[in-house]
Write a protein that binds this ligand. Structure first.
Ligand SMILES: [Zn+2]
Length: 497
């Protein structure tokens, strides 16, 4: 009876390509040739799909574009409204420019933006499972595949679309070729360029009975006494880059990269968005740093700051800016401070205040005599810089809270704030410093290589910016500062950002 060969996994087979950023550039082409997704918006994830990647999605908070024939808008009232809205934004762009020139040193040497990996990219990327392969005469390959189709469960038969079903001996991973070449007499002839044999991937081993398979293979025409069955490791999930597919082909089995990323945002979308925000990241980070320092100096809270902007093409309008204020108004504040006054919550809440202000103005309502401020959130300005930004009007007061906006932070937000950011429908988050124990955005489990942090339990990588089970996803980056960003006072790693 023929034996089953088992080939162990080669070392470093799942080694990650170097930092994702350069490889993202190589994959910009979209399979449809259309823009995969407009970058500025957050991506709604209503079902089990990672994100709806339909071309022509929402841009800047909801103005849908259509792929169908264009309809000219002729209603004069609508045109008037649109031009008034544009004039409003143009005015705010000018005001933003004047304010930023006053607040921020504009020697813009760029920092580096590193897109965050999702939990799925980090965890499941490494799942290798055993699969059975066989070797059949090339002329019988189709019949063999059809025969396996009748005996295998549907999910086994169709579950590995990222792996080639058939592989010529010349296309096998080098270590497999060497192993199989030497395991039978005449093996070298079987593995020459014009070999009449082909390898066929049958399916994941745990779903299959090897003895049954050997019997089935023996029935294939022309097999004779060359019944062959081997167990090899394969990557269970699709690759997320061309480079990874090439590495897996070398280490496992011929692998196909289908220019999508089932484990996170589409690489071309990340690449495009990175280019888009990189022009102004330094400017907004410097403002967030300045506000953090002022907040600390005023003893409002930790040295942390957040800035929210709305993108208008290549330019941006300032929407809100807030320092951490957890120690402000100490009455009733616990040992960790008032968690409702973390800088991102304050910044988001100030956006809400602006929307309410716009609504009141639009409807000529008298302001609520009780005022708009909500004490716990400290969502009225406490610093002069916060006030200057707060006094600017909201660029799109009809939109939902922070839909599609960009949030720049000195520190990774805590889990609570990460969920608030998500619920506010933020489009992008960029932060400068990881919080190894308390951050909610990064997907890496952290602190386990640092004795001091391990003592404290280490940090769980939740990667909340992009998770299948949540109904909103956004793009997120870590930012390596440039030399001209003034350093912040140290923050204890146990602090929640
Ligand atoms: Zn927080």
């Amino acid at each position: 009876m023929a034996q089953v060969t088992t080939v162990p996994q080669s070392e470093a087979a799942f080694a990650q390509p170097p930092n994702g950023k350069p490889s993202l550039k190589a994959e910009e082409t979209s399979t449809t040739g259309a823009p995969a997704v407009s970058a500025p918006t957050g991506l709604s994830v209503p079902t089990s799909k990672p994100a709806p990647l339909a071309a022509g999605g929402a841009v800047n908070g909801g103005a849908a574009t259509s792929s169908g024939p264009l309809t000219l808008v002729t209603d004069p009232k609508t045109e008037e409204k649109a031009s008034a809205a544009q004039a409003h934004k143009d005015g705010l762009l000018r005001e933003t420019e004047i304010l930023v020139n006053r607040l921020v040193d504009r020697q813009d040497d760029e920092g580096v933006l590193i897109p965050l990996k999702t939990t799925m990219e980090l965890d499941e990327d490494h799942i290798a499972v055993d699969a059975y392969i066989t070797r059949v005469p090339t002329k019988c390959a189709n019949a063999a595949v059809a025969m396996f189709g009748t005996i295998l469960p549907k999910e086994t038969n169709e579950g590995l679309p990222h792996l080639r079903r058939c592989a010529k001996p010349a296309d096998l991973a080098p270590h497999l070729k060497t192993t199989f070449m030497n395991d039978v007499p005449g093996g070298r002839q079987m593995h020459t360029g014009k070999s009449p044999w082909v390898y066929v991937l049958i399916g994941v081993a745990k779903d299959l009975d090897s003895q049954q398979l050997l019997q089935n293979i023996a029935t294939i025409e022309g097999i004779g006494d060359h019944v062959f069955l081997a167990k090899i490791p394969i990557p269970l999930l699709p690759p997320t880059s061309q480079m990874q597919a090439a590495m897996w082909t070398q280490n496992f089995w011929p692998t196909i990269y289908r220019k999508n990323n089932p484990l996170g945002p589409h690489p071309s979308m990340v690449s495009r968005a990175t280019d888009e925000i990189s022009q102004e990241t330094t400017k907004w980070m410097k403002l967030a740093h300045r506000i953090a320092q002022k907040g600390k100096a005023a003893r409002l809270g930790e040295a942390m700051g957040a800035v929210i902007v709305q993108r208008e093409g290549t330019k941006t309008i300032l929407v809100s800016a807030a320092a951490d204020a957890r120690w402000h108004s100490r009455y009733g504040v616990g040992a960790k401070g008032n968690s409702m006054s973390h800088c991102s919550l304050r910044a988001i809440s100030m956006v809400a205040q602006k929307l309410v202000r716009a609504e009141v103005t639009k409807n000529y309502k008298a302001p609520d005599p009780r005022g708009l401020a909500f004490d716990a959130l400290q969502d009225l300005p406490l610093l002069d810089d916060e006030r200057a930004v707060y006094d600017l009007e909201h660029p799109s007061p009809d939109g939902y809270l922070c839909h599609g906006l960009e949030l720049y932070m000195t520190h990774e937000p805590c889990i609570m704030c990460s969920m608030a950011i998500l619920h506010s429908r933020m489009g992008k988050v960029i932060f400068a410093n990881r919080m190894p124990l308390t951050g909610g955005m990064c997907a890496e489990h952290r602190g386990h290589d640092n004795a001091d942090l391990v003592k404290l339990g280490g940090g769980r990588g939740l990667g909340l910016f992009w998770r299948r089970e949540l109904n909103w996803s956004l793009l997120a980056w870590e930012w390596e500062p440039c030399s001209s960003t003034s350093p912040l006072p140290a923050v204890d790693p146990c602090v929640h950002g």
